[in-house]
Design a protein around this ligand. Structure first.
Ligand SMILES: [Zn+2]
Length: 490
């Protein structure tokens, strides 16, 4: 019984306490903490926060608009849509500053300006599409034109556009087409000011040409420097140096000590394609014929007739992408000066088991006579091109072994495509890549001038050509030292 009463009392007390607390809360609400008049800020119907002063927020918005107008030199900056400010009475303690609410709105929905969204569609699935924001469409057009003029002179572009290209007298070029390979779409719309917006033509040109906005790299000219030597030291082809430094027109231009030149690598965002009808003179390599003399000691050799290179005048259809030749069709070949074969007499008389050395300086050209060297051994945008690219002989035209030896590779693999490597036994290896077909097998011995395959564009090749490499003391891309194949023919 006693226990029951005790429990009841505790219960009563608890109720009384609860009532007291409720009363206290009510009392303080009504008379202690006054309800506040605040402004509730909504963005697209969702509450962003409360602010005490509506005007203060409006001032922040106005100030932001003003700054953006000055930054982009525009008449109108659009504030985020869907902002709603409502006056209300609340007991909520949290009130944000107008600045905090302003920043929260901006993060969610940036201010916008009217402009153009330019989309550059990549040529392959592996590359990402690029979008560029500009306010002035014509500014983009001008920047793109500057990129084109990095590869074709302003005068050439003008003559092409006005149909005033001079006729070719001896050698020269008539542009048949200039275009950007990528699809470019331009859409008018509202551009978020938290994205990069290009307003400077020079900066946009730089971005289109170099692929980024990093600071220019400069080199200060020293005594004895030439355009060729500076380009080489910075892993650029001379033509590439001239692209980066358009104030120079040829590698013969004079430099002055202390002068600053640009040495950065370009990586254009677009591909500038130029198709032309080009007539040019090209050295034709002399051939070497060997006469064996059984009365002369092995190891001895005598030049009977000095070889002399000739000159071929080639009429071609050339396609270049960002200054690099990717396709060539030789339409006509005129021999201006015939080459003179070099005749070497080689002794074969062997004493006491000595072996005759394998001839150097007696190499066959790996293609038929109608050819065009589309890329030489040397640097191309920071990477060494370890070969000679020989084009123009046509898909399926024969490829010959440059010298006698043993086939050590014959496969279709990787970026080289169908390729053959020959060990010439004198420390030299030659490589023949991108072939359409191979006619030899590993272990087979081949004679100088023997057909080993046909020209093609297998593997990573932009057009039909032979990628002809020479390596010393080892296999290509292993321990072999890449050498300029032209040394075989000098
Ligand atoms: Zn190549």
């Amino acid at each position: 019984m006693l226990k029951v009463i005790k429990t009841g009392l505790i219960y009563l007390c608890s109720v009384a306490l609860a009532v007291a607390i409720v009363m206290l809360v009510k009392f303080t609400n009504n008379y202690g903490l006054n309800p506040k008049e605040v402004y509730k800020v909504y963005l697209d119907g969702k509450s962003v926060g409360n602010i005490a002063n509506k005007q203060e927020l409006e001032e922040y918005i106005n100030e932001e608009q003003k700054e953006l107008k000055e930054k982009y030199l525009v008449d109108k900056v659009y504030i985020p849509t869907g902002v709603d400010i409502q006056k209300c009475t609340t007991y909520e303690k949290q009130v944000l500053t107008a600045k905090q609410v302003h920043n929260l709105i901006k993060e969610e929905k940036p201010f916008t300006v009217k402009g153009y969204k330019i989309t550059i569609k990549p040529l392959t699935d592996e590359e990402e599409k690029i979008t560029i924001n500009v306010l002035d469409k014509k500014m983009f057009d001008r920047a793109l034109k500057s990129v084109v003029e990095a590869f074709v002179s302003e005068e050439q572009v003008k003559n092409y556009e006005n149909d005033t290209q001079p006729e070719i007298k001896d050698t020269g070029s008539i542009i048949e087409d200039i275009y950007i390979d990528q699809d470019i779409t331009i859409k008018k719309g509202y551009i978020s000011t938290d994205e990069q917006i290009f307003t400077d033509e020079k900066l946009l040109t730089k971005y289109l040409l170099f692929g980024d906005l990093k600071d220019d790299q400069y080199y200060t000219v020293k005594e004895g420097d030439t355009i060729d030597s500076i380009a080489y030291d910075h892993k650029l082809a001379t033509a590439e140096f001239l692209v980066v430094n358009p104030e120079f027109t040829s590698s013969n231009n004079l430099l002055s000590v202390g002068q600053q030149v640009k040495v950065g690598l370009i990586a254009p965002i677009v591909d500038v394609v130029v198709e032309s009808h080009t007539v040019l003179d090209q050295e034709s390599q002399y051939k070497t014929t060997t006469e064996y003399d059984a009365n002369m000691s092995a190891g001895l050799q005598k030049v009977e007739v000095e070889g002399q290179n000739g000159v071929d005048r080639l009429t071609t259809k050339l396609k270049t992408v960002n200054g690099e030749t990717t396709n060539v069709v030789i339409v006509n070949r005129d021999v201006i000066t015939p080459s003179v074969d070099k005749v070497v007499k080689v002794g074969t008389k062997v004493y006491g088991g000595a072996t005759a050395p394998i001839m150097s300086g007696s190499w066959a050209w790996p293609t038929i006579s109608q050819y065009y060297i589309s890329s030489y051994f040397g640097y191309r945008w920071g990477k060494i091109h370890e070969a000679l690219d020989i084009a123009g002989s046509g898909e399926g035209s024969p490829i010959f072994a440059a010298g006698s030896g043993t086939v050590v590779t014959s496969q279709n693999k990787g970026s080289l495509g169908n390729h053959v490597t020959i060990n010439h036994g004198n420390g030299y290896y030659t490589l023949y890549a991108h072939m359409h077909s191979r006619l030899v097998q590993v272990g087979q011995t081949v004679e100088k001038g023997q057909q080993i395959g046909t020209m093609g564009h297998t593997g990573f090749a932009t057009g039909t050509h032979l990628h002809f490499g020479l390596y010393k003391n080892g296999l290509p891309y292993r321990d072999g030292i890449p050498m300029d194949p032209m040394i075989l023919y000098r």
